[in-house]
Design a protein around this ligand. Sequence first.
Ligand code: 13P
Length: 330
Amino acid sequence: MIKKEWVDNGFINEPVGKEVNLKSEIRKLCEEKQAVIMAHYYTEGVIQDIADFVGDSLALAQKAAKTKARIIVMCGVHFMGETAKILCPDKKVLVPDLNATCSLAESCPAEDFARFVHEHPGYTVISYVNTTAATKAVTDVVVTSSNARQIVESFPKDEKIIFGPDRNLGSYINSITGRDMLLWDGACHVHERFSAGKILELKKAFPEAKVLAHPECKDTVLKVADVIGSTAALLKYAAQSETTAFIVVTESGILHEMQKTCPDKKFIPVPPEGNACGCNECNYMRLITLEKLYNTLKYEWPEITVPQEVAEKAVRPIHSMLDISEKLGL
Ligand code: 13P
């Protein structure tokens, strides 16, 4: 039984005794309950290591859509759990801490976005996956940073498009496709904190290093990058490139996989603006801990729910994304 005082904060804070071997108990619970753990590359390394599957936003959605498990534990932020629930309404989807939200999703309240869409009749609405289910419900096609360019380009050149909520990703896609999409004014609080100045300083200190940046960064930052790509694209580039040092301009959780795949290469995290050193971390992703994951599996709580009428509308643009991605081999 879950005690009320353990659940008030959106996660179960029942103290876990020191005698509990969290890693083996988590794996045991997964087996007993036919649960699968999925994690984003921005979570702590220890979470990525215990997960059955680690991926970027696109891969997590693709994997969730196909899993045979009874329970999906999504170690990431709330919209990732929602996307999995919308794709798998019959499965139980758990996120170990409901406070793990996303600044991009928050920057695009569904009612405001719906009003904006209503004010622009004749526009096709493309939304980044980092949105709430209610925002997806007023969207035509969802994209992630791994497929945004290709999905935008799948529309005729003169298609009138609204792109939300990330103004940085939207403006980057406009610049590489020659489109003039109407952009929602949202941003990711982690990627916005990078500054070109800090990257140039690091470039001086590590002249041999290539700068890898996520397209959620500001254009002043993207201008000093050697490679711009999604989480998956940056990981692939780092693994395949002959270069042995990289300045990494995205959430620092990605360094765990980079270092694991390329133990002989050097990966230098960029601190947020105003900080002399350190990493740029998403405080929401870091809410996912082994203790919360263990308690979540044990009590099967907190569970993600999406009102049926919202889910019925939101599932269409997500399926459109998955279908186009499959056709394009992404
Ligand atoms: P990708 O996983 O698509 O690279 O996006 C990163 C992100 O914003 C996760 O919240």
